[in-house]
Design a protein around this ligand. Structure first.
Ligand code: SIN
Length: 304
């Protein structure tokens, strides 16, 4: 692939501006490696906490119009048990970012330390899961709590820190600014949108947890708006996430201000080949439009 696609985010060199989003194929070193080999410019693990968590009972995932609705409940083996997966993931040749969550800033700090020692190239703080009590968006809806978590992590590790924000707030820029002030290196916008489905035959909510998070094409316009708003307010890179399925989606996010895009739900529908088609599509677009580097299109829509 051409040099036009090479980019750098918070000191991480990426062969192209796509990333495997947290939550999909991120549970083992070998699946992360496969995503990198399929063309992801960086890969992100499923969110890991200090202790193993079983998560919710099934059903935890359902397909709805234009997307997926999930409430897994942050199932994971615990960050300590994931350490040995990292060296396998790194064989894919792309930077490996460990997503962490916690129930307090101390939890985040401890998990970050383990993840950094395991060899993570960067950390992504999940302050945006929309349905697990006392973590995720319960932290991410408060500028003070977000600042506390980011400050704690930055005081413990010397790695780039991405902060993944929730769209389930009145003003996402207020949260982004608090994260930046506390030392965040990159903002990821957005995690899933709080949502629900009810089965008309059984009359029951479909997900065991009743409420979950919506991802996929249905949320793309919300994510584009969030990236656009955050880009205007912060002076650190923004990474777009939410419904990226085609190269046109990826370019749209970059025009809104994203330096890179994360891909998740599209993999469930299209397989890992989606990385190749998106990356090749961005490259042809840059060539046809006479851009020498993908960095030139970041935030271009703000000229208007
Ligand atoms: C889950 O594990 O339920 C999803 C995590 C998230 O949305 O951040």
């Amino acid at each position: 692939m051409s040099n036009r696609l090479v980019t750098e985010i918070a000191g991480l060199k990426l062969a192209n501006p796509t990333m495997l989003a947290a939550g999909i194929l991120g549970m083992s070193g070998s699946s992360l490696k496969r995503a990198a080999e399929a063309g992801a410019g960086a890969v992100i693990t499923k969110s890991l906490g200090l202790k193993p968590r079983i998560g919710y009972s099934n059903p935890t995932l359902v397909q709805v119009d234009c997307g997926l609705l999930n409430a897994m409940g942050l199932p994971n083996p615990g960050v300590h048990h994931f350490v040995e997966e990292i060296s396998e993931a790194k064989k894919g040749g792309a930077p490996v970012i460990i997503s962490i969550y916690g129930f307090s800033s101390e939890d985040f700090g401890e998990a970050a330390k383990v993840a950094a020692e395991a060899g993570a190239d960067a950390l992504e703080l999940n302050v945006s899961c929309p349905h697990v009590e006392k973590t995720g968006s319960e932290i991410g809806q408060s500028p003070q709590l977000v600042a506390e978590v980011v400050e704690k992590v930055k005081s413990i590790v010397n790695k780039p820190v991405f902060v993944k924000l929730t769209p389930n707030v009145t003003d996402i820029t207020e949260i982004a600014e608090a994260a930046v002030k506390a030392g965040a290196d990159t903002i990821t916008a957005i995690n899933t949108v709080r949502a629900m489905a009810i089965n008309v035959e059984t009359t029951r909510p479909v997900l065991a947890n009743k409420v979950g998070g919506l991802s996929g094409p249905a949320i793309k316009p919300i994510a584009i708006r969030c990236v656009y708003e955050v880009y205007r307010k912060v002076n650190i890179p923004v990474i777009g996430c939410g419904g990226v399925t085609t190269w046109q989606d990826a370019v749209e996010f970059m025009l809104a201000g994203a330096s890179a895009v994360q891909i998740g739900t599209a993999i469930a529908f299209e397989g890992l080949g989606v990385f190749k088609s998106i990356v090749e599509g961005i490259d042809s677009y840059l060539e046809n439009m006479n851009f020498e580097s993908v960095k030139e299109i970041v935030g271009l829509s703000h000229r208007y």
